[in-house]
Design a binder for this molecule. Sequence first.
Ligand SMILES: NC(=O)c1ccc[n+]([C@@H]2O[C@H](COP(=O)([O-])OP(=O)(O)OC[C@H]3O[C@@H](n4cnc5c(N)ncnc54)[C@H](O)[C@@H]3O)[C@@H](O)[C@H]2O)c1
Length: 387
Amino acid sequence: MDYVKFGIVGIGNMGSAHVKYIGELSNAKLTAVCDINPKAFERIAPETREKIKCFTDADTFFKEADIDAVLIAVPHYDHPDLAIRAMKAGKHIIVEKPIAVHKAEAERLIAEGAKHPELKQSLMFCQRTIGAHKKIKQLIESGELGRIRRVNWVITSWFRSQAYYDSGDWRASWRGEGGGVLLNQCPHQLDLWQWLFGMPKMIHAYAKLGKYHDIEVEDEVNAYMEYEDGMVGNFIASTGEMPGENRLVIAAEKGKLTYEGGKLTFVRNEIETSEYSRTTKNAFGPADRWTCDIPVSSDGSHQHRDVIENVANAILRDETLLAPMAEGIRGLELGNAMLLSGLKNKVVNLPMDSAEYAEMLAGLVADSRYKKNSVTGTSAVEISKSF
Ligand SMILES: NC(=O)c1ccc[n+]([C@@H]2O[C@H](COP(=O)([O-])OP(=O)(O)OC[C@H]3O[C@@H](n4cnc5c(N)ncnc54)[C@H](O)[C@@H]3O)[C@@H](O)[C@H]2O)c1
């Protein structure tokens, strides 16, 4: 086999973007697509459409399409169910972010995945391929930064207007989408957070529902985290600020690393902070230090295709997956725990109780002003099944 035959379920904004580049890869070919709304196929260029088969029913698609792997790009609630059905039909899978709406659903999907070790299972965590993110990971893992004491990530560059939220009645509703900035906009940063720093032992957060927009779900979150080794973290996210910012600061023993505007800057201490603090006779002044602008290898303009290429190579020659599906539960748990803490005004210890979160979400869904059970209200999973 020289290339992998891919199919895509969900030809909306993201699915139709995936359609455009898969055919350009040397190790992948797009052979079929599926969407419950046949109008979605009009988003595919005619020259591509004549080379692929279009399906409107997912199970027929999994059974009859000439595909080895499926990319699932439908709204969030349907990710676990469609991924499970694809694996049961013997297909390798790539699931769009987030892996699921809540932790118990991710657990259900991962448990099914464990029954299919012969299938490659990936998540579309394309931001792991960005050069700066890979460099930060390398700097942490090589010990270049020393022990990390504090991390701050302010990710408020996700501005969305009311027109964005009004563009679909399912959007930003508990029943239709299942969450706000933590579930829709921030899954990449939450995944990168756990990828770089691991999981905290506790989270205390504030979450504001519809603070800047006429929506049900959270559009501003301020979270504080503590780790076993004493590291503390702050994660601040909003869709209501303009201009927003994407600024990550890592304060470590050997200096401070800042990532902002695509630039990575390391202010390097000559001597580790704790040793200097212990030994210096200087009451106030910091140790000598120097500033390094760290070059990064790629701008991330090929993020999505890099993931597809990786999954194809994993299928063809057992290349290690960049973003194994099972890892998706960690960033999801961070987001769920922030919301649980914020809405119940309490500290949440991790691992969190997935049933407690599911119960809270079920209450929010019951009161949701969006009344359908999925984007279309037809073939998608009934939300009640999730609880
Ligand atoms: N990785 C990224 O950078 C990135 C960026 C944007 C969106 N996304 C993710 O992509 C996914 C889709 O988002 P979107 O903005 O394209 O949504 P969208 O609403 O534009 O498109 C979803 C499509 O799925 C179809 N659909 C719904 N249920 C279906 C089902 N059961 N079977 C077949 N088709 C079904 C709908 O008809 C629609 O065409 C979401 O999970 C989102 O978070 C990822």
